[in-house]
Write a protein that binds this ligand. Structure first.
Ligand SMILES: Cc1ncc(COP(=O)(O)O)c(C=O)c1O
Length: 383
């Protein structure tokens, strides 16, 4: 169907279709990874140092920003951006209700209050109208989340923010390399936050994260905050900071994987197109990313009535799926105290959403098998 299956995945291509598979992606890089480890041991270089600086320069260049700062994970990246911007106690931050809880967790960790807003019914991304309605006297920032690898059209939101004197932060944890009119995520607003959790489009072999920005002052402050409030003088601590550093081994692994990111994203796009052609005329609702954007399809999240039964029937046919996310963020027990009550689009999506297998080494046969199984389930339902 697609004509580009990875050879090393062929022998694993038995009946089961996994939800995700890192092994086939890592296998060709195994020797390079081992060399990274030998280098780290030989150089006694484990935290910070030239390996981290090299990856930071590569990541800034890739994203098209002046600065990238390696941090411990994506959640810290968001929190450090907010703290770096001086956002905290007494401030409100607008957050889409359809996101992974980490987005809102970071807001609370910075001391601010998340204000959850509804999403666009087609893309399930934060909508401009709901952002506008949520802005009040305490609003300090808006976090746009490029969920599922789809890019928010940030331009109208940047305009709203400029009018009200607010910061716009990109949560790009699921969208490495995705673009809006040719510009990459991480470069589209005041600052971008990335996660390098292993399953992400660019993943480390452990936890990792980064902040990207063109704001030199912000970059400097985040470096200080992420390293115990320490300045270039090791003995001077000018702020109450914390420890959130990217370790040098993970930075070396990320540098080894980065040259393969575009090709892997391209394969994801091929798979998404193939899913689209097979499922277009069915009762499955496909996502519609905003015009002018190029998605990197981190997740193939579709909507279907009777989702739990559908997922169960796929599992019986050895097709693994996921749910992102079973509850809209504002409905999670930890966040209910922040309100705002009913957000119809995010809540309807949470009941219907299911993520189909999607990973760059997924073969044509695995895709075919998944779509055949979906056809059979939908046919059974009609009978
Ligand atoms: C949308 C989103 N934001 C933030 C994060 C947090 O990243 P991390 O797990 O690296 O802290 C994730 C990771 O799962 C995510 O998917």
């Amino acid at each position: 169907m697609l004509g580009a299956p990875e050879q090393h995945n062929q022998q694993r291509d038995c009946r089961a279709v996994p939800f995700y598979a890192l092994g086939p992606q890592h296998q060709p890089l195994s020797e390079q990874f081992h060399q990274c480890l030998r280098d780290a041991i030989e150089n006694d270089g484990f935290v910070g140092g030239p390996t981290v600086e090299q990856f930071e320069a590569q990541w800034a260049y890739y994203c098209g920003t002046a600065h990238a700062i390696g941090v411990a994970n994506g959640t810290d990246a968001i929190e450090l951006i907010l703290r770096g911007l001086g956002i905290g106690r007494g401030d409100e931050v607008v957050v889409p209700a359809n996101t992974f809880v980490a987005t809102a967790e970071a807001v609370v960790a910075a001391g601010a209050k998340p204000v959850f807003v509804d999403v666009d019914p087609g893309s399930l991304l934060i909508s401009e109208g709901s952002v506008l309605a949520a802005i009040g006297p305490r609003t300090a920032a808006i976090i746009v989340v490029h969920l599922y690898g789809h890019v928010v059209d940030v331009r109208p939101i940047n305009e709203i923010a400029a009018r009200h004197g607010l910061a716009v932060v990109e949560d790009a944890a699921q969208a490495h390399g995705a673009t809006l009119r040719g510009a990459r995520t991480g470069s589209l607003a005041h600052a971008g936050a990335f996660s390098f959790y292993p399953g992400k489009n660019l993943g480390a072999l452990g936890d990792g994260g980064a902040v990207t920005t063109n704001d030199l002052g912000l970059a400097r402050r985040i470096r200080v905050l992420a390293n115990h409030g320490r300045t270039a003088d090791r003995h001077e601590h000018v702020e109450i900071g914390r420890n959130s550093r990217l370790d040098s081994l993970q930075a070396a692994f990320l540098s080894a994987k980065l040259p393969h990111l575009d090709e892997a994203n391209e394969r994801r796009r091929q798979l998404a197109d193939a899913y689209g052609s097979r499922l277009r005329d069915t009762s499955i609702q496909l996502p519609t990313p905003p015009a002018g954007t190029t998605s990197v399809h981190h997740l193939m999240a579709v909507q279907v009535e009777g989702r739990d039964g559908f997922q169960q029937r796929l599992a019986e046919r050895a097709i693994a799926t996921g749910i992102h996310y079973r509850s809209a963020c504002h409905r999670q027990p930890a966040f209910e105290r922040f309100g705002p009550g009913y957000l119809p689009i995010a809540e309807r999506a949470a009941a219907r959403i299911v993520s189909l297998p999607m990973f760059p080494t997924m073969t044509d046969r695995q895709l075919q098998r998944t779509c055949d199984a979906i056809d059979m389930i939908l046919t059974e339902r009609r009978q």
